[in-house]
Design a protein. Structure first.
Length: 144
């Protein structure tokens, strides 16, 4: 049986992110490195809003250890990106996110990403257990 196409319905939290003039490159579309900025923005916005992350003060921090992006359609300025996240796996000290970047009115993603956080102590950078507040905030985003 073929894989079902990915749509907006596969994601559980969205953040609208307007593109900026500076995001376009010489080829007239948003440069590939900006997509990773969209990933960071949607994941960390969710953690700030739902898990109480304080980026400059939280003792446990999520470090990105892996990211991938599959580009499927161009995004250009002045479009608004609807960045969606779902959680593929919650481990003892790590989280695997699935991220979809959608343009206004599209039901299929312009890009699909994977984003892996490993939680560490801010000072020692030693791996720590995923904080309960993070686990609680991510639970509703978990996909089967």
């Amino acid at each position: 049986m073929p894989d079902q196409p990915i749509t907006r319905d596969d994601f559980k939290y969205f953040k609208q992110i307007p593109t900026r003039w500076i995001d376009n490159d010489t080829y007239g579309h948003v440069n590939n490195v900006v997509y990773y900025s969209f990933f960071d923005t949607v994941v960390n916005t969710h953690l700030i809003e739902k898990a109480g992350l304080e980026p400059m003060r939280s003792q446990e921090i999520g470090l990105v250890v892996e990211t991938t992006c599959k580009f499927m359609a161009e995004i250009t300025y002045p479009q608004c990106v609807h960045a969606g996240i779902a959680v593929e796996k919650i481990g003892n000290s790590s989280v695997i996110y699935k991220i979809g970047l959608f343009v206004e009115g599209a039901n299929t993603p312009a890009a699909l990403g994977k984003f892996v956080h490993v939680y560490v102590d801010r000072d020692s950078h030693k791996t720590v257990l995923l904080p309960d507040r993070v686990r609680l905030a991510l639970g509703p985003l978990l996909i089967s």
